[in-house]
Design a protein around this ligand. Structure first.
Ligand SMILES: [Zn+2]
Ligand SMILES: [Zn+2]
Length: 345
């Protein structure tokens, strides 16, 4: 079978290998679709050093069941989550599941960009294989993980009733964040984005005002008009550029919150007026990844129609042409969300 992985020079490489088999308690899944995430692009660019496994937003059909697996059947349409917390350590005991020290040790074999991948027993046991409702299409399924990340972030930062929210960076996760805060009762949502297709996607739902950050004063102006000069309750840094963190601290109200949501560039430093942050009581809250209950909640909302997300997929590229998928995903002026499709699509 074909699968994609990181090559020695950081390129994404397509190789052949035998399909994985399901051991006791495990399942294998035939790929329908897997989103290309910003973190996949950063791994290829060498900015995010991890185990180097690519693809963590997969949906597909159960291809085989290991001994002892219950409640799943061959052919079931499923979303699979690659990381699961241990639920047993002091970090998990406090509810900070995505910061569990072993969270990112669990993963799919050989990753989500594979014709068939194996799901380890601990993922199966901890509920990481989620059957999709018939009304949830493959595109929406491939967005459940990033949408779950947005929901986990929103729960961690807190969203006051009628909140004013500004999202800096309307890539796929920024757009999902916008639609979720809207669905959860935000009063006003603004966003900034350079790339026109992403601004158009924002205007199709979730966002009241979209500005181009290259126009000087556009973000501050939009926030000023919407909040009468108070600043927003919540500013979301949904890009990796450190300079955006400073902008975010400048547009939140006194006592407001900045959510560090996008993966910062490796080695980047915070350059912001710390005395102003102190005197205005700004909370800086990093959030990372997501959990099974939050993915299930997003799935429920997509299934019942209260959250619409599948239109954010702008391109579907077959696994055989994964290089093209990565090039497109790396060009915001041409794409919103790119998904790689497999044999079960
Ligand atoms: Zn992702
Ligand atoms: Zn733990």
């Amino acid at each position: 079978m074909k699968y994609a992985h990181l090559g020695p020079e950081g390129h994404v490489v397509l190789s052949d290998r035998d399909p994985p088999t399901a051991g006791p308690g495990e399942v294998t899944v035939a790929l329908a679709a897997c989103g290309v995430c910003g973190t996949d692009l950063e791994k290829v660019r060498g900015n995010y050093r991890t185990a180097g496994i690519l693809g963590h937003e997969p949906v597909g059909r159960i291809a085989s069941l290991g001994a002892g697996v219950e409640n799943l059947a061959i052919g079931d349409r499923v979303f699979v989550h690659h990381h699961v917390p241990c639920y047993d350590c002091p970090v998990c005991a406090r509810g900070d599941y995505t910061f569990c020290p072993t969270y990112s040790r669990t993963n799919l074999d050989p990753g989500g960009f594979a014709e068939t991948f194996r799901v380890p027993k601990e993922n199966v046991d901890r509920g990481a294989v989620l059957p999709l409702a018939p009304s949830v299409d493959w595109d929406a399924g491939a967005l459940l993980e990033p949408a779950g990340c947005a929901l986990t972030a929103i729960r961690r930062v807190g969203l006051p009733e009628g909140a004013t929210v500004f999202i800096l960076g309307l890539g796929p996760v920024g757009l999902l964040y916008a639609r979720l805060v809207r669905a959860l009762g935000a009063g006003w949502v603004g966003g900034s984005e350079i790339a026109p297709p992403r601004r158009s996607a924002a205007e199709r739902g979730g966002i009241d005002v979209t500005v181009d950050p290259r126009e000087a004063g556009s973000i501050a102006g939009a926030v000023e008009r919407a909040t009468g000069g108070q600043g927003v309750d919540l500013a979301v840094v949904a890009t990796g550029h450190p300079s955006v963190v400073r902008s975010a601290t400048e547009i939140v109200r006194r006592g407001g919150t900045v959510n560090l949501f996008g993966l910062p560039e490796s080695g980047s430093r915070l350059d912001a007026d710390l005395q102003s942050i102190y005197l205005r009581g700004i909370r800086l809250v990093p959030t990372y990844a997501t959990t099974e209950p939050d993915i299930a909640e997003v799935h429920r909302r997509v299934a019942d129609g209260t959250l619409r997300i599948s239109d954010l997929v702008s391109h579907r590229v077959p696994l055989e042409r994964i290089g093209e998928a990565f090039r497109l995903a790396g060009r915001p002026e041409e794409s919103v969300k790119v998904v790689v499709t497999g044999p079960a699509a």
